[in-house]
Design a protein around this ligand. Structure first.
Ligand code: GLA
Length: 398
């Protein structure tokens, strides 16, 4: 574990002892993620290439000794204890989710989906207490939500003796996010958080859920991956994300295919005759982005990470111009990074705020950092938060 990771695990443990008055049996954790390329392709049955990062959410847990079938959750970023009977979860989600604080819908949604997916009677498992602490920046597009879901899933599955593989746990996390939280997101973030490997990305086919580990080799190539967090907050439970998803579904329906995964660049001229101009551009982003993921994987394998810069830049342009999910702060971050010599840069995650990433030679990190900071100041934006991320391992017991 990193020094920060140890501190965060200790924070979860300390919170547990302070608020529940007993010792946890252990801590588990799961990482946030950066998506290297493949944006808004996951819910179109397409391809993505994310990697888990060193920032993690830790959960301290103990089963209850008193035979009470309740689950209690607390976190360092909320005052209260959320306390629900295990056999009430079914009634709570999704209809009555507004009765509990928003953050608690992630872990309690996982408890609900885990029991359901495994066909476990909520009165056959022990009640549990969980305390969360995290160093994944919230609202930065780095999947703090998948981190809390992943940590909860591995902790509860082990505690309750539920034997499901990582893909099944990722699907449980996604169900929690879709139905317990109400964000219509895809499977990418949960898969990255559960399957992550040090120094590697996960090349995921979101239709078959086949996952391949792709070596990144940033350090050997003298590169660093930096995150430029714009500080512009976003939520995928509202607005733009769902609208983009609906446009993709419209495009697929008009073309008579199950998902945009089935559309190739050759189909695009035909689509232009059938849909309005905006829908056309939305579809074009997804179709070209899928191809860019495949090209990135091939380029990494054949030429290494220094050669993928143009693909990252083309991905950003497509999100800015065709999918229209960038914001001025993200464009400024990308332009500043490129002008200061980054190999490539793009926004990462669902968009409408959050962070950009830049792939940068070690000796240019300071120049890129300074350029982004100066460009934000010149544009009158609040200062960005800039840090390096390391491709890291997925969810595990600490
Ligand atoms: C969010 C969602 C993911 C994915 C990305 C966009 O992170 O949670 O499922 O759709 O946006 O690529």
């Amino acid at each position: 574990m990193t020094a920060t990771g140890t501190r965060t695990a200790d924070a979860a443990r300390t919170l547990f002892v302070e608020r529940f008055g007993t010792e946890p049996v252990g801590t588990w954790s799961a990482p946030g993620r950066v998506n290297l390329i493949g944006e808004h392709t996951d819910y179109n049955d397409g391809f993505v290439l994310p990697f888990a990062i060193q920032h993690r959410t830790h959960v301290a847990l103990a089963p209850r000794e008193d035979g009470v079938f309740r689950v209690r959750v607390i976190s360092t970023f909320d005052e209260g204890i959320v306390d629900v009977a295990l056999d009430e979860l079914d009634a709570l989600f999704p209809e009555r989710r507004d009765e509990i604080p928003e953050w608690s819908r992630y872990p309690l949604g996982v408890a609900w989906a885990l029991l359901a997916a495994s066909g476990t009677d909520p009165r056959s498992v022990r009640g549990v207490d969980l305390a969360f602490a995290s160093d994944v920046p919230v609202g930065a597009g780095l999947s703090s939500s998948a981190a809390i879901e992943g940590a909860t899933a591995v902790a509860l599955a082990e505690t309750w003796g539920i034997d499901l593989d990582r893909v099944a746990l990722a699907q449980i996390g996604r169900r929690a996010e879709n139905e317990a939280v109400g964000a219509p997101t895809g499977i990418m973030d949960q898969m990255a958080s559960l399957l992550g490997r040090a120094d590697a990305a996960i090349f995921l086919d979101c239709r078959s859920l086949d996952a391949n580990v792709i070596d990144l080799g940033f350090a050997d190539a003298g590169l660093e991956l930096i995150v430029i967090d714009t500080g512009v907050k976003h939520s995928h439970a509202t607005g733009g994300y769902g609208e983009r998803r609906a446009a993709c579904e419209r495009g697929a329906a008009v073309l008579g295919v199950a998902a945009l995964r089935d559309v190739t660049p050759d189909d695009l001229p035909r689509l232009a005759e059938l849909v309005d101009e905006v829908t056309f551009r939305r579809v074009r982003h997804v179709v070209t982005e899928n191809q860019r993921v495949l090209d990135t994987v091939q380029t990494l394998r054949e030429h290494g990470p220094t050669a993928i810069g143009d693909l990252l830049v083309a991905s950003h342009a497509s999100m800015r111009d065709d999918f229209e999910i960038s914001v001025p702060e993200l464009d400024t971050a990308v332009e500043a990074a490129l002008s200061a010599g980054a190999v490539g840069a793009r926004m990462t995650g669902g968009g409408f705020g959050g962070a950009a990433i830049a792939l940068v030679a070690h000796d240019k990190v300071q120049a890129v950092t300074d350029a982004a900071t100066a460009a934000f100041a010149a544009a009158g934006f609040a200062a960005p938060t800039i840090f390096t991320v390391t491709p890291s391992a997925g969810a595990a017991r600490d």
